[in-house]
Ligand binder design. Structure first.
Ligand code: NAI
Length: 490
């Protein structure tokens, strides 16, 4: 038998079901499989100890096993309490060659429906790797993050440790912040220099999403970033594909699985018309919904108008919508007073990274409001009668957390193959070229972005035109690319 290792998943006996799904996903993830071919022998990630904090889905399982094939050792947690697919988590622990009795895969700490306390415990578990044979503590040396929670734990833990105090939980703190501070307090009580030591081991982080990238640039601007970072989100083959086409698929998947309501003919309000909002609006329109967009950015508002959507403020249309989706990365986009003004049985959900886009705490504070669980991650909130409205209810998906992962299984494999090929390449870059990267936030060079796209063309039967040498000279590019200047926006 192999060495036992710690892990925490729902049920290892789900592994066989997970393995079948992983096998089918591999077929739909040509980018990751090509990277296994390219780097499986040279193993550029040998010596990398990757702490992964990213939705523990079937697609992520293929990413994890790619990192392992490239030589890395890995520990994994999910970056959301509802997004784990338990069969995928079990299959990763058991591994392709292990059994339920003798797991030989990767330590995963994730299950669907974690509490916030459990969530932060799992995040701690991926950074602290126990002890080596000499009894010395072992830590992760790379982070692969989605939303920046693992990165934030290291940064805030270290900052509070060095200041000699974890700020006490404040009355103004959200539940999330309170739980986070409690974890840092507990870890520092056990080991007062823990986060400084963890931070000293980390060589770099690769970040998956818009919201996490935003946090990284803020740290860099404040001069507080502790290690180099690659912004994977802003690879063109990530944000212009996963955020857009991924959400075009998984938004309505989540709404359908949660409610089974007919979308055609309904009025759907999409808040935010960035990459995610564009995919959401298109998917709802594709089902025959009449879509209204809200925006704060005049450029995106104009884009939405030119794409044929009505653009309005939420205050003006809140009484008309049957379905509301937030996709902004901002907070308090749908407030309690908005929800009180909605139609009976309006559906409210968020697809942005954090749950603060919808003011769930404010809704819970409305006097006389009651909450009924229809099924996990689907709740009916009954609102008391007022002078001008009878008693009515609204349906909230995934308690305001990202509904495509809470109510469905997130984006499909093919689009995630693009995102995760960028993640894998970014890990190789930071791990193997440590001298080339300082403590800043980088994006991958364009030739690698183009390579990721190229790896996905054959599977779709794309016939790509090749420039002649004369044409390439005329355009001032190389026949093999890159084809566009850095400022080109796609
Ligand atoms: P983005 O920055 O391209 O788009 C957000 C848009 O929302 C911007 O155009 C902005 O002007 C607008 N906005 C901001 N505040 C607003 C407000 N109060 N009202 C109306 N509009 C407002 O960002 P992107 O890439 O579209 O991501 C949005 C969120 O979705 C982020 O939190 C990101 O991390 C997350 N995300 C979620 C995914 C999922 O699978 N659920 C996949 C990819 C990203």
């Amino acid at each position: 038998p192999s060495q036992p290792f710690d892990h925490n998943v729902r049920d290892l006996s789900l592994a066989a079901a997970g393995r079948h799904q992983i096998r089918l996903a591999e077929h739909e993830m040509p980018g990751l499989m090509a990277l296994r071919e390219m780097y499986g022998e040279s193993k550029p990630l040998a010596g990398a100890r990757i702490a992964g904090s990213l939705h523990m889905t079937v697609q992520t399982a293929v990413l994890i096993e790619t990192l392992v094939a490239l030589g890395a050792t890995v520990r994994w947690a999910s970056c959301n309490i509802f997004s784990t697919q338990d069969e995928a988590a079990a299959a990763v622990v058991v591994g392709p060659h292990g059994t339920v009795e003798d797991p030989q895969g990767v330590p995963v700490f994730a299950w669907k429906g974690e509490t916030l306390e459990e969530y932060w415990d799992c995040t701690e578990q991926i950074l602290t790797w126990g002890e080596d044979e000499a009894g010395e503590p072992v830590y992760a040396n790379m982070i692969l993050d989605d939303g920046g929670d693992a990165t934030m734990l290291v940064h805030n833990g270290r900052a509070w440790e060095q200041a000699g105090v974890v700020p006490p939980t404040d009355d103004d703190d959200s539940v999330e912040v309170g739980v986070f501070k409690a974890l840092v307090r507990r870890t520092l009580a056990q080991d007062p220099t823990k986060w400084t030591r963890v931070s000293e081991h980390i060589l770099g982080v690769t970040e998956e999403t818009t919201t996490g990238v935003h946090r990284l640039y803020e740290l860099a601007r404040a001069g507080e970033l502790l290690f180099p970072a690659i912004n994977v989100n802003d690879s063109v083959t990530k944000s212009k594909f996963d955020n857009k086409y991924g959400c075009r698929h998984s938004l309505i998947d989540g709404i359908n699985r949660a409610t089974d309501v007919l979308i055609g003919g309904k009025v759907a309000v999409v808040c935010g018309y960035g990459d995610v909002g564009k995919g959401c609006a298109e998917s709802l329109r594709g089902q025959g919904a009449r879509v209204i967009v809200t925006e704060v950015d005049p450029i995106c508002a104009l884009q939405a108008a030119m794409d044929g959507y009505q653009v309005a403020t939420l205050d003006d249309v809140v009484g008309q919508g049957d379905i509301f989706v937030t996709a902004t990365g901002c907070f308090d986009v749908i407030r309690a007073d908005h929800m009180l003004a909605m139609k009976n049985k309006a559906i409210v959900g968020n697809i942005g990274h954090f749950d603060n886009e919808i003011d769930m705490a404010g809704l819970a504070r409305v006097p006389g409001v009651t909450k009924t669980e229809i099924k996990p991650q689907v709740h009916e909130w009954t609102l008391p009668a007022t002078d001008d409205q009878p008693e009515r209810s609204i349906i909230v998906l995934s308690e305001g957390r990202l509904l495509n992962l809470g109510n469905a299984t997130g984006h499909p494999s093919f689009v995630m193959s693009n995102s995760f090929a960028n993640q894998t390449i970014a890990q190789i870059e930071l791990f193997t070229k440590q001298d080339d990267y300082t403590t800043q936030v980088y994006v991958l060079p364009k030739h690698l972005d183009e390579m990721v796209a190229r790896l996905h063309l054959d599977a779709l039967g794309v016939g790509l035109t090749e420039l002649s040498k004369a044409q390439a000279e005329y355009l001032g590019v190389d026949v093999a690319g890159p084809y566009k200047p850095e400022h080109y926006r796609y």
